[in-house]
Design a protein around this ligand. Structure first.
Ligand code: PMP
Length: 428
C-alpha cells in the first residue's frame, strides 16, 4: 500500500486533531530523520512542523534513540516512582527560573488545566483570565476566545467548541494580548475573585511588547491572582529557561510540554513549591487538596527521551543555534518578499517565526486576524508542493539540525510560492 491508501475510514476526518492538509498536498509520514520527513511515497520534505514543536533536535536523534532503547529494555511504565523522571525534574528545576518543584502530566493541555485548578485551589477563587487568540490546549477552560467571531466584547468568553458548559464560560475572562491598560481595567471589578492570569509569553507568534509581561506580574501581585506562563512552546526553546528567562519575568507556575518529552507524551506543571504541594496525597484537610493523577504521568521512556533532548540542548547551546538558523530563514523569506514587492512580515522569534501578509503592526489577535489569512494559507500549501513541510498559516519551527542548505531550499521555495500567490492576485 502506498500514500493515502494507507489511511482508513476508521479515523474520522482522516486526521489526529485539527491539523489536516488539503488533498493536493496531503501525505502519510513514514519516517523522520534529522530535519526531514520521508513520506510513504518516498518523498522527502524539509520539516518546519517538527511534530508541532517537540522535535527541536530533529527526528530520530541518535542520543534520544539510544535513551529510548535503553529504557525500553528496562521497562516502560510502573505507576510507582521510577528512577528517570526525578532526574528530569531536577534538570527542570535547574533550568527554569520559577521551578521550585515539578509535577509531571500527560500533555500540554493537562499542564495548563492543572495550572488553573491549582491556582483556583490556592487562591480559593474561581475566575481565570486568558488572552484573545491564545491557545492553551483542548480543555474547556482553554477553549474560549481562541478564534472569536467579530464584535465580541471583552471580557466575554465565547467558547470555541460545542459541548462546553455555560457554567465554565462564566468563569473565564478574555482580554486583548499586549494591552496592559485594558487588561487591568477588566480585572479591577473582579480582582477579589480572580484566581489566575494565564498567558502564552509569546502568544502564538506575537511577541510581547516591552513591559507587558512585567505588567501582568505586577497586576497579579496587586490582586493576589497567580501568574501562569504557558511555556508549552517557548520552554527550552527561546532560552534554556524558556520565555521567563528570555524576558526576565518569573511567573508563579508554568506549563511545560513538547520539548520535555523529546517527542513522546510528557508534560509538566512547574513553579512554586507551596502551590504544587497542594497535590501531595493525604495532606491536611483544609479543603485545598488538589487531585492530580494519571496512569502515564512521569512515564519512564518519555522521561528518558526528554532528558536526552535537554542534555543535547544544553551541550549544544540549542536556543542560540535556533536563533541563528531561524534568523537565516526569516531574513531569507523577507528578502524574497522585498524582491517580489510582496507585503510579507515574519513575525515572532527566530525559533518559530511566522509568515503573515499585510502591513502595519501585528500585535494582538485582532490585528493578526486582519492580515491576509487566505494568502498565508495558500503560501503554505505552495511551500509544501515545493518540498518544505509547513503548517499553513501558522508558525515555522526550526530545529538545531536544520542546515544552511535546507534553509536555502526553503527560501527558494518561498520565492516561487510568493510569486504564485502574487501572480494569482491574492495580495491585492
Ligand atoms: N499551550 C500551547 C501554547 C500550545 O501551543 C499547545 C499545543 N500546540 C498546548 C498548550 C497544548 O499542548 P498539547 O497539544 O500537548 O496538549
Amino acid at each position: 500500500m502506498s500514500g493515502r491508501s494507507l489511511t482508513t475510514n476508521a479515523i474520522p476526518g482522516d486526521c489526529f486533531g485539527t491539523f489536516k492538509l488539503p488533498d493536493e498536498v496531503a501525505f502519510v509520514a513514514s519516517r523522520g530523520k534529522g530535519s526531514r520527513v520521508i513520506t510513504t511515497e518516498g518523498r522527502t520534505l524539509i520539516d518546519f512542523v517538527l511534530g508541532s514543536g517537540p522535535m527541536v533536535i530533529g527526528h530520530a536523534h541518535p542520543r534520544v534513540v539510544a535513551a529510548v532503547q535503553e529504557q525500553a529494555t528496562r521497562g516502560t511504565s510502573f505507576y510507582a516512582m521510577n528512577d528517570v523522571a526525578p532526574r528530569l525534574a531536577a534538570r527542570i528545576v535547574d533550568l527554569v527560573p520559577c521551578a521550585e518543584a515539578v509535577k509531571f502530566v500527560g500533555d500540554g493541555a493537562e499542564a495548563t488545566f492543572y495550572s488553573l485548578r491549582l491556582a483556583r485551589a490556592f487562591t480559593g477563587r474561581e475566575l481565570v483570565l486568558k488572552f484573545e487568540g491564545a491557545y492553551h490546549g483542548h480543555h474547556d477552560y482553554s477553549l474560549h476566545g481562541l478564534k472569536p467571531a467579530r464584535g465580541v466584547n471583552y471580557p466575554v468568553a465565547q467558547p470555541d467548541s460545542a459541548g462546553i458548559p455555560l457554567a465554565v464560560s462564566e468563569t473565564v475572562l478574555i482580554a486583548p494580548y499586549n494591552n496592559l491598560d485594558t487588561t487591568a481595567q477588566l480585572v479591577e471589578p473582579v480582582a477579589g475573585r480572580l484566581a489566575a492570569i494565564i498567558v502564552e509569553p509569546v502568544q502564538r507568534s506575537l511577541m510581547p511588547r516591552e513591559g507587558f509581561l512585567a505588567g501582568l506580574r505586577a497586576l497579579c501581585d496587586r490582586t493576589g491572582a497567580l501568574l501562569v506562563f504557558d511555556e508549552v512552546v517557548t520552554g527550552f526553546r527561546l532560552a534554556l529557561g524558556g520565555a521567563q528567562e528570555a524576558f526576565g519575568v518569573t511567573p508563579d507556575l508554568c506549563a511545560l510540554g513538547k520539548v520535555i518529552g523529546g517527542g513522546l507524551p510528557l508534560a509538566a506543571v512547574a513553579g512554586r513549591r507551596d502551590v504544587l504541594e497542594l497535590t501531595v496525597p493525604d495532606r491536611a484537610g483544609d479543603g485545598r487538596s488538589v487531585y492530580l493523577s494519571g496512569t502515564l504521568n512521569g512515564n519512564a521512556i518519555a522521561a528518558a527521551a526528554g532528558l536526552a533532548t535537554l542534555d543535547v540542548l544544553v551541550e549544544e547551546e540549542g536556543p542560540r543555534r535556533l536563533i541563528e538558523i531561524g534568523g537565516k530563514l526569516a531574513r531569507g523569506f523577507a528578502e524574497c518578499a522585498r524582491k517580489l514587492d510582496v507585503p510579507l512580515q515574519m513575525i515572532g522569534p527566530p525559533a518559530f517565526s511566522e509568515p503573515v501578509f499585510g502591513e502595519g503592526d501585528v500585535c494582538d489577535y485582532r490585528s493578526y486576524a486582519a492580515t491576509n489569512r487566505t494568502a498565508a494559507r495558500l503560501f503554505g500549501i505552495e511551500l509544501i508542493k515545493r518540498g518544505a513541510f509547513v503548517h499553513p498559516a501558522s508558525k515555522m519551527y526550526v530545529s538545531t539540525v536544520h542546515g544552511d542548505d535546507e534553509i536555502e531550499i526553503a527560501c527558494r521555495a518561498a520565492f516561487e510560492a510568493m510569486r504564485v500567490i502574487r501572480d494569482d492576485g491574492l495580495l491585492t
